[in-house]
Design a protein around this ligand. Structure first.
Ligand code: ATR
Length: 314
């Protein structure tokens, strides 16, 4: 139950009616007895800056940002976390403490999509450090996964995307991230290098040339929209033999809960994880940024997952 002292957060986007975040955050608040409330805030195209300043004026502790404002919100931030600078998109604003001297301080931007993916994978025992990885797709979701794979010290990442120019551009960005990480001074907040001490090797390969892949136990992250409802019979690579190369895979799609990509991977003997946990954990990571000291326990995550599955699949 929210009191007059409740911490208020919300989501800005256009539209926001379909967002599962209000349900998720308010269920977590209820389960944990937090004096916290989360509201949907539809924002018009030309009002993103007004919305951010207005939320600050209204005392909002934080905001989530969804489509189509994840990039457009960045100029209105007072500070940005490394996750936003590397991914180029922001999904979480955290209020900077008020200052009598500086007056309006605004929000610091974070991207918790990578952290959401990290926690979802960790729950499934999917370790990134030192692994040879496949990144399927090169759009917005791929950028969050790309940052995570570099951050966590993958041994190698091969980007497979329909448009080769986008795959090459993402691979180039990842090489820059990896180089920056390897030269980051101690105490800079950058995590330590991979176990091998070497920089993640990044390449791009046209998906139809997958047979060139030298390994046979990749960790794959599927980030394209292929296979998403209603096109549930599609998979980004149709050849079933490809899936023999995958030991573990995450699909960021959460409708359906089991994609064709996941089916093919499991049929070939691999382990899989769907996108709902990533969605839940990006929200949990934001809630924890807004409520310092709060750690959402596993049983609450499990309860919220059930409620969201009911909402999604009836
Ligand atoms: P998001 O922000 O959800 O990642 P996006 O930025 O539009 O969305 O990226 C969509 C991704 O899905 C891209 O990698 C896109 O491939 P292209 O770069 O070649 O466009 C991929 N994708 C979408 N439809 C596809 C299809 N029918 N076949 C293969 N890849 C597809």
């Amino acid at each position: 139950m929210a009191t007059g002292n409740a911490k208020v957060c919300g989501v800005i986007g256009n539209p926001v009616g379909h967002s599962l975040s209000p349900l998720m955050h308010n269920e977590i608040a209820k389960a944990m007895g937090l004096d916290y409330i989360y509201v949907p805030c539809p924002v018009a195209e030309d009002a993103v800056g007004d919305a951010v300043r207005g939320a600050y004026a209204l005392g909002f502790a934080g905001l989530n940002v969804t489509v189509p404002y994840k990039q457009r919100v960045i100029p209105f931030l007072a500070e940005t976390d490394e996750s936003v600078r590397c991914i180029g998109a922001c999904n979480t604003l955290v209020r900077l403490p008020d200052s009598k001297i500086e007056g309006y301080r605004g929000y610091k931007g974070y991207n918790t999509d990578a952290e959401g993916l990290f926690r979802a994978m960790r729950d499934q025992g999917m370790e990134i450090r030192g692994r040879d990885c496949l990144l399927i797709g090169a759009g917005g979701a791929a950028r969050a996964a790309a940052y995570l794979l570099i951050r966590e010290g993958a041994a190698s990442v091969t980007v497979l995307n329909r448009s080769q120019d986008k795959a090459e551009a993402l691979a180039a960005d990842m090489r820059r991230m990896a180089a920056e990480k390897s030269t980051a001074p101690p105490g800079s907040g950058m995590p330590p290098e991979g176990l091998s001490g070497s920089i993640t090797a990044v390449s791009a390969l046209p998906p139809e040339r997958w047979r060139k892949l030298p390994g046979d136990s990749y960790l794959a992250v599927q980030t394209t929209s292929v296979g998403m409802y209603p096109h549930v019979d599609a998979s980004p690579i149709e050849d079933r033999d490809f899936y023999k190369k995958i030991a573990q895979a995450v699909d960021v799609i959460y409708t359906p809960s089991r994609t064709r990509f996941m089916e093919f991977t499991e049929a070939a003997g691999g382990r899989v994880c769907g996108g709902l946990d990533m969605l839940i954990y990006q929200g949990v990571a934001a809630l924890e940024l807004w409520n310092p000291g709060v750690k959402v326990p596993r049983e609450v995550v499990d309860r919220v997952r059930k409620i969201m599955e009911e909402q999604l699949h009836g």
